[in-house]
Each structure stands twice: as structure tokens, then as C-alpha cells.
Design a protein around this ligand. Structure first.
Ligand code: ZN
Length: 406
């Protein structure tokens, strides 16, 4: 066989969509890679029928291999941090008081604007390293703390540089509609500026593949969301939205019907939103880190999503205000403990379903023939351990497109 490399003596959690086995399990298995793609996988017994000379062999010694993990929702590029604000809140200050004293998202906007492109790159790279160490091979990164042309484009260039300098793929999302910038007092005017000026430039320079919007009482209303997402679609960009986190404005139904790849947060998602997501094949991205950090009590409608077979993804939402997360594995645990996902659903949420949330399901998110060879190697006895452990990283190897990262 003309394979480039071969991993042997592994237990595979393939997460293959149509497998009958839990986790798509293949025990005592091998996986062959050619030109960055998976070209064969099966049991060690089946492997014995092949002549495997002249192949680079890696012995997994009984460890587990899963698809490389995918974090499909993050805001890892930002200036400063909000630890002082966290402390103030615990000392009794209200969110309003903090916001009036220059805290909240506008504090991060100020710090991000003040940071140089190099500084933003270095701090984001530091955060990224934690995710890479947990076997993350694909990650979505949003802009949204610049809120003007110069600084939104700066953030998107940093996202491109992360992709260029690290062994992982970055999906770049333009989130200019994250909050109303301090220079504006009217959301309509700002959305018009985004639609007429910034969005066309982002599309023309290919600085992003997707567009996101914060549809919420403290963000943008449904009409503004519709206008922005329509403009993005017309420019050939994928669309997604932060919806139903703190209230239900009807944004989920609207964005699903406009063809959003994913809808994210969803604590207040209702039956009409779920029905629209089911019809459109929209992925529900659950963000348990923000739920935890904000001490929310309203759970996303997991049982209804499960019943409707809406694919559920899990992501870090890594951001300085509501989810200062540096671990996707911790999100698996939170998805299970807080949202009552099963460990298998949680792992599907950072592999197969996260790939769908990015529109990358034909390339990544499963171990199967024809998929890109993105793999994480785990020193565990069973894949449920990835959700079970708190604060433990059992990742002992990472492979991106067939190349060993570590
Ligand atoms: Zn977010």
C-alpha cells in the first residue's frame, strides 16, 4: 500500500456519523494516512492482510485516538482582561455600576483598540497554546472588539496570522455587530455603516469567511440582525448569530430561515426556533462556560433539541467578559454537568457537530476514509474520561493533516 504513515495499536473514537457503535468505536485498530488524508482504517487483524513496509509507523500502545477537537465559537483576540471587574462584582458591585465606570465590553473595546497588532497576536497566541495542547486542530475566531474599520480589520488580520503561524485551521468570523460602538447612539446607523462599507471590504479582501451578530436587547434587534445577515449572504459569506442568550427576540427562527450555519447560546430558544433549526439543518452551539461564569439559571432546551435531532455543538466562547476559558475539555465537563449532555454527545459537540457549525463537515470532525487526518491521541481508558475529568489534560499527541504537531 502506498501509505505515508500508519498509526497502530490504537482504540479509535471515530465519531463517525453512521456508526452503530458508541463513539464510533473501533478497538485495537490502525489508521493509515496518505497526503494528509485518512486512506484506510480498521482493526489490527484486518491490517495484517496488508504489506506495510516503507510506511512511517507510529505505535499508539493502546491509547485512544479521536478526531482533532474543533472549537467552533471563540473570541480569543482581545486586549487587556477583566479580572479586576470580576473582583469588583464579587465585592458587591452591580453590572450596571461597573458598566457606568467604564467596565464591561466597552473596556475590552478600549483595550483592544489601544493594543498593537503585534500585541494582540502575542496575547491571542498565548491563549491558543492552551487549546492546541488539548488536541484542538480547528478553531473559530471572531472579531468584535474593534467596532470600527481600523480595529475590526486589525483583529481579522491577527486571526489570519494565527492560522499562518500555528498548525491549526482558523475560521475567521466578522463580528462587527457585537455591540454598539461608543461613537454611535443609533444601532440602525451603525448596521448601515457595516452593510455599506465594512462588510463589502471584509468580503473583498477575504478577511473573513463568516459573519456573526449579537441579537439581544443589549445588542442588535431582529430587524438589524436581518439586514446584516442578508447583506453578508449576498456577499457570499456564511452567517451565524448569538441569539436567545438573555431573552427571546425571535432571532433564532429568523436567522435559521436566512440559512445560518449555527445559532449560538440559545438558553431562551423556543419551539418555533427549534422547528426552524430542524428544517434548515442549523447547528445549535451550546456555550456552557458563559452559562457557568454568568451564573445563569435558564437552561437551553436540550431535551427538545435532542428530540428534534438538531445537531448540538459545544464551544468555549473564550472571551474576557463572560467566559475566560482556556480549555475545551472543561467545556465538555460543563456541558455534561450543567446541561446534562451525555459524554458521547459532548464529544460529538467538539468534533462532528462543531465541524457542521463551521460548514467543514466534509473535511474534519470524524475519523473516516477521505477525511483530513486531524487526530488527537489520548492517554485514557475510555472516551467518557474526556468529559469526566476536571482540569486534567490527557492529550499526548496531536496530528494535523497527517503531520505530527506533538
Ligand atoms: Zn460569543
Amino acid at each position: 500500500m502506498s501509505w505515508d504513515s500508519l498509526w497502530i495499536n490504537a482504540n479509535l473514537a471515530t465519531m463517525a456519523e453512521h456508526s452503530d457503535a458508541a463513539y464510533g468505536l473501533i478497538e485495537n485498530a490502525a489508521i493509515a494516512v496518505t497526503a494528509g488524508q485518512i486512506t484506510w482504517l480498521g482493526t489490527m487483524e484486518q491490517l495484517a492482510e496488508f504489506d506495510v513496509e516503507r510506511v512511517e509507523v507510529h505505535d499508539a500502545h493502546g491509547r485512544w485516538i479521536s478526531p482533532g477537537l474543533i472549537d467552533c465559537h471563540s473570541h480569543i483576540i482581545y486586549g487587556g482582561n477583566r479580572a479586576a471587574e470580576f473582583e469588583l462584582r464579587l465585592e458587591g458591585a452591580s453590572y450596571d455600576e461597573i458598566a457606568r465606570n467604564g467596565g464591561g465590553i466597552i473596556a475590552t473595546v478600549k483595550a483592544t483598540r489601544a493594543a498593537s497588532e503585534q500585541q494582540l497576536f502575542e496575547s491571542a497566541a498565548q491563549r491558543l497554546a492552551y487549546f492546541l495542547a488539548e488536541g484542538v486542530t480547528s478553531m473559530e475566531v471572531k472579531s468584535g472588539y474593534g467596532l470600527n474599520r481600523e480595529n475590526e480589520l486589525k483583529m481579522l488580520r491577527v486571526a489570519q496570522r494565527l492560522q499562518d503561524e500555528f498548525p491549526l485551521e482558523i475560521s475567521r468570523t466578522f463580528l462587527g455587530a457585537h455591540a454598539l460602538p461608543p461613537e454611535y447612539h443609533n444601532g440602525d446607523e451603525y448596521i448601515d455603516m457595516l452593510c455599506q462599507q465594512l462588510l463589502p471590504e471584509v468580503a473583498q479582501k477575504k478577511l473573513a469567511d463568516s459573519v456573526d451578530v449579537f441579537c439581544e436587547g443589549i445588542g442588535f434587534n431582529v430587524a438589524q440582525t436581518q439586514k446584516l445577515l442578508n447583506a453578508a449572504s449576498a456577499l457570499g459569506l456564511n452567517i451565524k448569530a448569538h441569539v436567545d442568550q438573555l431573552s427571546n427576540l425571535g432571532g433564532a427562527k429568523l436567522a435559521a430561515e436566512l440559512g445560518a450555519l449555527s445559532l449560538d447560546h440559545l438558553e431562551y430558544l423556543d419551539a418555533s426556533g427549534i422547528a426552524a433549526m430542524k428544517r434548515q439543518g442549523t447547528v445549535a452551539v451550546l456555550l456552557p462556560g458563559a452559562f457557568y461564569f454568568l451564573r445563569e439559571t435558564r437552561l437551553p432546551p436540550i431535551a427538545q433539541l435532542r428530540h428534534a435531532a438538531v445537531p448540538m455543538a459545544i464551544a468555549s466562547d473564550a472571551n474576557p467578559g463572560s467566559s475566560p476559558a482556556h480549555s475545551l475539555l472543561l467545556m465538555l465537563n460543563m456541558a455534561c454537568t450543567l446541561f446534562r449532555l451525555t459524554p458521547e454527545e459532548a464529544l460529538a459537540g467538539v468534533t462532528r457537530n462543531a465541524a457542521k457549525a463551521l460548514g467543514w463537515q466534509d473535511r474534519v470532525g470524524q475519523l473516516s476514509v477521505g477525511m483530513q487526518a486531524d487526530m488527537a491521541v489520548w492517554d485514557i481508558q475510555h472516551p467518557a474520561e474526556l468529559s469526566y475529568n476536571l482540569g486534567k489534560n490527557p492529550c499526548v499527541g496531536c496530528i494535523k493533516s497527517g503531520q505530527v504537531v506533538f
